[in-house]
Design a protein around this ligand. Structure first.
Ligand SMILES: Nc1ncnc2c1ncn2[C@@H]1O[C@H](COP(=O)(O)OP(=O)(O)OP(=O)(O)O)[C@@H](O)[C@H]1O
Ligand SMILES: [Mg+2]
Length: 498
């Protein structure tokens, strides 16, 4: 196989951070190359350089053995490179055809040739297996479908190297399967796919080769037959990670969270009831769309509860009012942390202390020193990679932004901690830190309810699991009853086999 794109000794610094310290790798024709590494290792930075989003400080790119440099994304695209960002960039109020040809619309007599545009667009949508009209508005599609449109757009630019930065992080498992099939087809057609993911199972399944980055440098590469979980982890973190789930059963205390007949606007139209005790870690399993996030959001009051009663330590609070919920002792770490939980123009410190600052203030005065110490403790505890506490949150890597939102809620010392996909987008080391933290909080008596689509995580961390299907709880499994089959059966709507 021939080298299509050669990346040679690329460096890139930001104030206080050496993001890339001379990284080299080759992208071959028609291969799936996975690029993996811990949060902040430099993966997205390198991809943005390949896509012309930002220039390198030094180093060289060669395309088919000729030096190339890109001063913008259009130049990189013209060369044959397309980057699909994790945050998809489609214009929701434009048709699919308009999105695909945005800025490159075919013209006829000086007018946009709508017919030609829709005809061409249909061709590319068909190639990616998306069966919807080209006149559909992009905003009406699911995330998985929007991603298919982005891929169609890349194909229409004749992409030879297609870069996907954490493409599956917000897909349902069905959508992810579709994407994997498409990736295999693209490779067969000679397209090179550069694939970034923290899900090592996916990487093992898809990748022809793996490149590992650590702290902005090459940490090693694996050929097809060398790719396995252990080898990848060893290269990523530089050591073996043994005991993956630190779970222990903690002595159960009184019921802390009690939910009675909760009905939520939207999907959860059947009354939901359950309890979580202090010291207990309860997992909420189910397929994407089962209504789990809706339940958590209703508990915190950011989504309308139509009926129901919720108490924390025996005291009820007004539903539909996040302030009341937080005051009652609830905290919710949302699924989409970068959008829902982070104030990106503010500093790491400001973000970390924003909810808990009041708790530390005395006589109406903010305790600045206390705030700083609290922020520092989270940066250390969660290993948040930042040059200093005053760094603007927007400049942190995706996974590190997620950790900030986690840390901010922990600092508020909740009685009941609601976690929505707590480890999505974080690397394998940080995953363990988050699991240990859940254990520690449970041992201190916090009631923890976590939603997870990762089966392993539910099996590994839950004392008990609630399984949801189409807006209702279809069953409850104690730790001894927990198995993949039992969860799946309930998740697709079956009845618990007690
Ligand atoms: N515009 C920027 N300004 C300042 N620092 C930045 C900027 N972009 C990236 N960095 C820093 O560069 C380092 C590498 O970040 P990058 O986003 O490439 O990591 P990553 O490997 O993609 O991590 P993740 O898995 O968390 O997405 C991080 O320390 C990050 O904070
Ligand atoms: Mg990244």
């Amino acid at each position: 196989m021939a080298v299509r794109l050669k990346i040679h000794e690329i460096t890139k610094s930001f104030p206080g951070v050496k993001a890339l310290r001379g990284v080299s790798m080759d992208v071959m024709e028609g291969e799936v190359l996975a690029v993996i590494g811990e949060n902040g290792a430099g993966k997205s930075t390198l991809m943005k350089i390949l896509a012309g989003v930002q220039p390198p400080d030094s180093g060289e790119l060669r395309w088919n053995d000729k030096p190339v440099s890109f001063s913008n994304t259009a130049e990189s695209q013209a060369c044959g490179i397309s980057l699909i960002h994790q945050e998809l960039n489609l214009a929701g109020n434009l048709s699919l055809a308009a999105n695909i040809f945005l800025g490159r619309e075919p013209h006829r007599f000086g007018w946009i040739d709508e017919r030609a545009m829709h005809k061409e667009a249909a061709k590319y949508l068909e190639q990616v297996g998306l069966n919807v009209s080209t006149k559909t508005l992009a905003g009406e599609l699911s995330i998985g479908q929007q991603q298919q449109v982005e891929i169609a757009k890349a194909l229409s630019c004749n992409a030879k190297v297609l870069i996907m930065d954490e493409p599956t992080s917000s897909l349902s498992s069905g959508e992810a399967e579709k994407l994997f099939r498409l990736i295999v087809q693209l490779r067969e057609r000679g397209v090179s796919v550069v694939y970034i993911s923290h899900r090592l199972g996916e990487v093992a399944r898809l990748a022809d080769r793996v490149e590992v980055l650590r702290d902005g440098a090459n940490a090693g590469r694996l050929n097809k037959q060398e790719i396995n979980h252990q080898a990848m982890v060893r290269l990523m973190v530089g050591r073996e990670l043994s005991q993956y789930f630190p779970h222990q059963a903690h002595p159960l205390r009184d019921v802390r969270l009690k939910v009675e007949n909760l009905v939520v606007a939207g999907r959860v139209s059947h009354p939901v009831s359950f309890e979580v005790r202090g010291g207990e870690i309860v997992g909420m399993a189910g397929l994407v769309g089962a209504g789990r996030t809706e339940v958590l959001e209703a508990l915190l009051g950011v989504r309308t509860a139509l009926a129901g009663k919720v108490t924390v330590d025996g005291k009820s609070y007004t539903l539909g009012n996040p302030k009341a919920a937080i005051h009652a002792g609830l905290a919710l770490v949302p699924e989409d942390r970068r959008h829902q939980g982070l104030m990106t123009p503010m500093s790491v410190e400001e973000n970390l202390v924003v909810v808990s600052s009041d708790q530390r203030s005395r006589f109406g005065w903010l305790d600045r020193r206390g705030d700083r110490a609290a922020a520092q403790s989270q940066v250390e505890g969660l290993k948040i990679k930042t040059p200093h506490l005053q760094q603007t949150a927007a400049f942190l890597s995706g996974g590190n932004q997620q950790k900030i939102v986690f840390g901010k809620w922990i600092l508020n010392k909740p009685k009941v901690l609601l976690l929505d996909e707590p480890t999505r987008g974080v690397d394998i080391g940080a995953k363990q830190e988050i699991y240990s933290l859940m254990e520690k909080l449970a041992s201190e008596g916090v009631a923890i309810l976590f939603v997870s689509s990762e089966m392993e995580e539910v099996l590994g961390m839950a004392d008990r699991a609630l399984v949801m299907h189409e807006g209702r709880i279809t069953g409850e499994l104690s730790r001894s009853q927990l198995s993949e089959e039992a969860i799946m059966e309930l998740a697709v709507g079956g009845v618990a086999a007690h």
